[in-house]
Design a protein around this ligand. Structure first.
Ligand code: S3P
Length: 437
C-alpha cells in the first residue's frame, strides 16, 4: 500500500542507544549459503524485510524448509538439493536475490525462471550472465535483463576477471563454482567488494582462498561439502549510516549504535565520517560468525569539511552514497564523489535521483558521469531552508535520504511512496522516534 510520510521542520537532537537492524547482505547469504549444507541451521538476528523474504520464499519453492521461531530467528533445514520449481521465482526489488540465486541455481543445474519487479527488471544482468555462460550455464534473458530463464547444464570452473568490483557478481560466480566437483573457480576484481560470501563460506568450512595478482583482488573456491552451523547476523552498517549522518548534522545529538557490522569491505562510511571531521568513536570491537562488530558512538559534529571520495573506497560505501551526498551539503567546502558510475544501476539511477531530490531542498549538487560535485554548507546557508515533496523511484535509500533531508529542513516536507523502506529497514521510523524522544 502507498505510504506518504511527512516531516515538520527541524528535528530535535538524537539521543540514547539502540541496536541497528540486521545486515541485509548477510541475511540473504545465511539462507542461500546455508541451503548448500545438509542439516539444521539456526539463524539469529535475521533481517525480516521484503528483500530477504523474497530470498526466503524462493528457497521454500525450491523445497527448503524454513521456519520462523520469532520475528528475527529462523531455522533452516537444508538438504543441498533443490526441486524444480513449479512457477517463476520472484525476486521482487532485490538484485542480491536475483544475482546470487542465478549462480546458486545454474550451479545446481535447476531449471527455473527468475523474475523481478519493475525496478529490478530494468537492472543489468549481463554482468552475471556472461561469466555464468562462460562456465557452461544456459541462461536466456530479455536483452541482458530479467526475467532470466535458466536451463539445466553441466558447469566447468573458470578464472574470471570481472571488469567491475561487485559482490553480487563475485558471489554469483563463487556459488556456482563451489558446486563443480574437482575444479577450481577464481574471480578477480579491480577493487575489493564486500566479502560476506567468502567469510560465510569459510565459516561453513568451504575450501576458499583469497589471492592478489598485480593490482587485482582474487578469490578461489573449490567444491567442498559445507558443514551446517548456527549463525548470528551482525547489525547493518548501511542502515546505521542513515542514523550516524543524522546525528552528526543535528545540534546536540549524541548516540550509541550497538552491534554494528564493521567489516572493512563495508566500513567506508566510517572512514568518510572520520575524514570529514565527524565526532565518531568505535567501541567494544568483537567477532561474530566471522564478521567484525562494534558499538559506534557519534555526536553532533559542527566542523564537517568537504572531501574527495573515489577509487578503492567506492565499493566499501556504495550503498551509503545517497546519505553521504546529503552529509556533504552540510560540510564546509566542496565534496567530489567520483568512480561511482555503477550508482546508475541500483534500485534507481542514484546519480540522477539523489541530485534531483536534494536539489529540491535547495542543495547545490551537480550530478556527473560517475558521481557528484557538492557545494558544502548548502551554498552558505547551513541547514535546508526549503521543504520539499520527495519521490522515491522504487528505491528505499532515496526514501530514507529524503526523510532525513526533511529532518534538517526548516519547513515541512512530504516523502511519497515511503513503503519502499520495507525492503531493507522496516523499523526506520520507529528507530528515529525512539532516538528523538
Ligand atoms: C550487495 C552488493 C552491492 C550492494 C547491494 C548488496 C550484496 O551491489 O550495492 O546493495 O549483498 O552483495 P553490487 O555487487 O552490484 O555492487
Amino acid at each position: 500500500m502507498r505510504k506518504i510520510v511527512t516531516t515538520q521542520g527541524f528535528c530535535t537532537p538524537l539521543k540514547g542507544e539502540i541496536s541497528v537492524p540486521p545486515d541485509k547482505s548477510m541475511s540473504h547469504r545465511s539462507l542461500i549459503i546455508g541451503s548448500l549444507t545438509k542439516g539444521k541451521i539456526k539463524v539469529s538476528n535475521f533481517l525480516n524485510s521484503a528483500d530477504c523474504l523474497a530470498t526466503l520464499e524462493i528457497l521454500k519453492q525450491l523445497g527448503c524448509s524454513v521456519e520462523f521461531l520469532d520475528e528475527n530467528t529462523i531455522v533452516l533445514n537444508a538438504k543441498n538439493v533443490y526441486i524444480e520449481p513449479k512457477s517463476e521465482l520472484y525476486c521482487g526489488n532485490s538484485g542480491t536475490t536475483m544475482r546470487l540465486m542465478a549462480g546458486l541455481l545454474a550451479g545446481a543445474g535447476v531449471k527455473c525462471t527468475l523474475s523481478g519487479d519493475i525496478s529490478l527488471s530494468k537492472r543489468p544482468m549481463k554482468r552475471i550472465i556472461e561469466p555464468l555462460t562462460k562456465m557452461g550455464a544456459s541462461i536466456k534473458s530479455n536483452d541482458g535483463k530479467a526475467p532470466l530463464v535458466i536451463k539445466q547444464a553441466k558447469l566447468n570452473g573458470i578464472t574470471y576477471n570481472s571488469p567491475i568490483a561487485s559482490a553480487q557478481v563475485k558471489s554469483s560466480i563463487l556459488l556456482a563454482g563451489l558446486q563443480i566437483p574437482n575444479e577450481a573457480t577464481t574471480v578477480y576484481e579491480p577493487h575489493l567488494s564486500r566479502d560476506h560470501t567468502e567469510r560465510m563460506l569459510k565459516y561453513f568450512g568451504a575450501d576458499i582462498k583469497t589471492c592478489q595478482k598485480d593490482e587485482l583482488f582474487g578469490v578461489t573456491v573449490r567444491h567442498t561439502p559445507l558443514i551446517p552451523k548456527d549463525l548470528n547476523v551482525v547489525g547493518d552498517i548501511s542502515s546505521a549510516a542513515f542514523i550516524m549522518v543524522t546525528a552528526s548534522i543535528i545540534k546536540d545529538s549524541d548516540i550509541i549504535l550497538r552491534n554494528v557490522g564493521i567489516n572493512p569491505t563495508r566500513a567506508g562510511i566510517i572512514d568518510v565520517l572520520n575524514s570529514m571531521g565527524a565526532k565518531i568513536e568505535i567501541l567494544n570491537k568483537d567477532l561474530i560468525s566471522n564478521e567484525e562488530i562494534a558499538d559506534v558512538r557519534i555526536k553532533y559534529s559542527p566542523d564537517l569539511k568537504g572531501i574527495k571520495i573515489g577509487g578503492e573506497i567506492i565499493p566499501r560505501l556504495i550503498d551509503e552514497i545517497p546519505i553521504i551526498a546529503l552529509l556533504a551539503t552540510q560540510a564546509e567546502g566542496k565534496t567530489v564523489i567520483s568512480g561511482a558510475a555503477d550508482l546508475k544501476n541500483k534500485e534507481s539511477d542514484r546519480i540522477l535521483c539523489v541530485a534531483k531530490e536534494l536539489a529540491k531542498f535547495g542543495a547545490k549538487i551537480e550530478p556527473t558521469d560517475d558521481g557528484f560535485i557538492i557545494e558544502g554548507k548548502n551554498g552558505g546557508k547551513g541547514l535546508f531552508q526549503e521543504g520539499a515533496e520527495v519521490e522515491c523511484y522504487h528505491d528505499h535509500r532515496i526514501a530514507m535520504m529524503g526523510y532525513i533531508a526533511g529532518l534538517i529542513s526548516a519547513k515541512p516536507s512530504r516523502i511519497n511512496d515511503f513503503e519502499w523502506i520495507e525492503t531493507s529497514f522496516p523499523s526506520f521510523l520507529q528507530i528515529f522516534e525512539t532516538l528523538r524522544s
